[in-house]
Design a binder for this molecule. Sequence first.
Ligand code: TRP
Length: 342
Amino acid sequence: MGTQRILSGMRPTGKLHLGHYTGALENWIEQQNLTAQDGTRVYETCFLIADYHNLTTSLETGDIYQHTIDMLTDWLAAGVDPEKSPVFRQSQVKEHTELFLIFAMLITSARLERNPTLKEQVRDLNMESLTYGHLGYPVLQAADILLYKGSVVPVGEDQIPHVEITREIARKFNNHYPHPTKGEVFVEPEPKITKFSRLVGLDGKAKMSKSLGNTILLSDGPDEVQKKMRQAVTDTQKMRKNDPGRPEVCAVFSYHQRFSSPAQLSTIEADCRSGALGCVDCKRMCSEAISRELAPLLERRKPYEENPALVRSILLEGEEKARVIARETMQEVRSAMQLGEL
Ligand code: TRP
């Protein structure tokens, strides 16, 4: 067996925030750059822009091009290396829709109705009814993953149910349609989540999210980070500077847990509890820790930000590479199914 492949993706919702970074992007880059002792890469990595998936929750497509470029600029700034990892749009590799159609026959609608991520989305967006396409969200995602035979899927925890459905579809296909020479066409992928898979919002809500307007962007400079941090919700019982605080209920402390060093963290925790540390100073330290981590991203994004045509050409090249893999898999699928063998 050759190198294992990793496939992951995001919907093009525009500029990315810290939650995207800690939840997935950082993990992608770690896997992309992982090497074995002999210097060869452990995984081949492919990263997908799920533009069709956007249609499941919004029919508006007017901003999609800009959102795609903005998101890809953030990927590149964070360290996605297009030489190592092809990046591509789902809508530009037609095999995604072909495999989606076949997979749609391998799963029941009752199973899809039980998807907890879907239920959460319907609740959060106050949706009154569900389209057929939205119900099929994980089926399209299964096609994304299996088209590239991704065996590992680095994602945030909300995506685990989708990877589970992908495994069920792969199993069903393999049982039903063994390949005449290769045996099983698909591998059952494993999800891989990070410790900080869900970052709370600046408002203390469970999740940092664009629609809730409680984010710090990866493209925010130090001043912007400071400014946003000033509005962050802390322990509401800590009214005055020297009141003792409860780090466990504080959004700012949860960021320190990710962005400050272990030594700093224990001082901050002790000084917050004793009342020695006020929220203003604590927030300033937190902003600095975040900006320290974002500094290399700000530097790396410059050439791309100045030249969107470069970002576009990276995308077009990635799509060429993706098509080659996708075509091969679809040939295997068709021969296993005896479709078009006449
Ligand atoms: N559903 C994923 C999200 O919202 C995006 C996505 C689409 C994806 N296709 C994928 C993630 C394939 C991993 C693999 O984050």
